[in-house]
Design a protein around this ligand. Structure first.
Ligand code: HEM
Length: 360
């Protein structure tokens, strides 16, 4: 699609994909690596909270702020450096814009222009921060202290950032639309974390209701509504249908997640349906596939789960949220390779913790 089609998402199954996937899963996105960079996630999420605290009582763009946090976590994991101050705001807005346009469907003709835009943005970051090499349009970046190369091209990082921040934006919007769900999540957080404390990643496993909220939002608004095309390497029979070797199989997860023969009241946001349920992200429950299924399923589930759960829990625990006066909530979706909210969520935070020092 871009950068010569050499990236993991578009690589066909074979030795090259296996190599890229192995680096991704073992070196970048393994639980051990993720544990070791908790400090980065914590720093960026705390920075967002500090930023939001300064804007308490005023409308803020929730998705943009979460995008910047995810952006700094991933870029600092990959490039051992973050973007700060005015530069952060400028590059963040420019990058999110370019990503948004790229991930809308039917933009083939724009791909070249946008790929150039991504190049410029990343070149600015790379040359300014790290002076790393760039080969043939594909950034090859040394990992922190190691000599491996990142298997993710710059163009892929776009979707990874959008998926997490769009998920948080949809969850917050759904909860604002159903304030009892927000209250219930906050009660759980108060019980587990307390109002005299800040959320840590270690609290996440003790938050079943917040988990259910995330799962329910991923059901209603899967960030990848149509999976990356799967391609069987041999003829396959599924439910009596013969799928020929080499076919491009498109799986409409969005439609499966809203199928009334599978889900009761499928269009209703109801986190309770995931309480005491064994449906998970493994891709083995074919009625629920937000991260896909099989060999090509998302390589970043552990990272995404941590980032979304930790950021969301912190947003809900730190602030009460309401819509600006007279504003109506618009939950409509804009379809694309990555689905996003058609109208960005603007909401007003109010502090709810016992001590202003907890917002530092
Ligand atoms: C809420 C967040 C996310 C969702 C819902 C999501 C979902 C998906 C889906 C549906 C696929 C295609 C799977 C298939 O076709 O079976 C995919 C692929 C992929 N995702 Fe994610 N993703 C998320 C975040 C991330 C993050 C944060 C990373 C890495 C930092 C990541 C890395 C990847 C990679 C590398 C692939 C390609 C795997 C391959 O082709 O072997 N994802 N993701």
């Amino acid at each position: 699609m871009t950068y010569g089609g050499s990236e993991i998402v578009t690589a066909s199954y074979g030795p090259k994909w296996r190599m890229l996937r192995k680096i991704c899963v073992l070196k970048m996105l393994s639980r051990t690596t993720l544990d070791s960079v908790y400090g980065l996630r914590r720093r960026e999420v705390r920075e967002s909270i500090q930023y939001l605290y300064k804007r308490c009582g005023s409308p803020v763009n929730v998705g943009e702020d979460m995008f910047l946090a995810a952006y700094n976590v991933i870029t600092s994991m990959l490039w051992a450096g973050t973007v700060k101050g005015d530069e952060r705001d400028r590059l963040g807005a420019e990058f999110k814009n370019a990503v948004g346009e790229f991930t809308e469907l039917g933009i083939q003709k724009r791909v070249k222009v946008l790929a150039g835009q991504f190049d410029r943005i990343f070149e600015a970051i790379l040359s300014q921060r790290l002076g790393n090499e760039k080969e043939g349009g594909r950034a090859t970046v040394e990992e922190d202290g190691e000599d491996g190369k990142t298997p993710l091209t710059l163009i892929e990082i776009k979707a990874l950032l959008m998926t997490s921040s769009n998920t948080i934006e949809f969850i917050m919007a759904e909860m604002l639309n159903k304030p009892d769900t927000m209250r219930k999540a906050q009660q759980e957080l108060d019980k587990v974390v307390g109002k005299d404390n800040v959320v840590e990643e270690s609290h996440i496993s003790m938050l079943p209701y917040v988990h259910a909220v995330v799962k329910e939002s991923l059901r209603l608004h899967p960030p990848a509504p149509v999976l990356v095309p799967h391609c069987p390497s041999e003829d396959t029979l599924i439910s009596g249908f013969r799928i020929q070797k080499g076919s491009m199989v498109y799986i409409n997860v969005w439609a499966i997640h809203r199928d009334p023969t599978i889900w009761e009241n499928p269009d209703v946001f109801d986190p309770e349906r995931f309480m005491n349920s064994n449906v998970d992200y493994s891709g083995n429950h074919f009625n629920y596939l937000p991260f896909g299924s099989g060999r090509r399923m998302c390589a970043g589930i552990a990272m995404a789960e941590r980032m979304v759960m930790y950021s969301l829990a912190t947003l809900l625990h730190s602030f009460d949220w309401e819509l600006p006066k007279g504003e109506k909530l618009d939950l409509s979706e804009q379809f694309g390779i990555v689905m996003k909210k058609k109208v960005p969520l603007i909401a007003i935070p109010t502090p709810r913790l016992s001590d202003p020092a907890l917002y530092k």
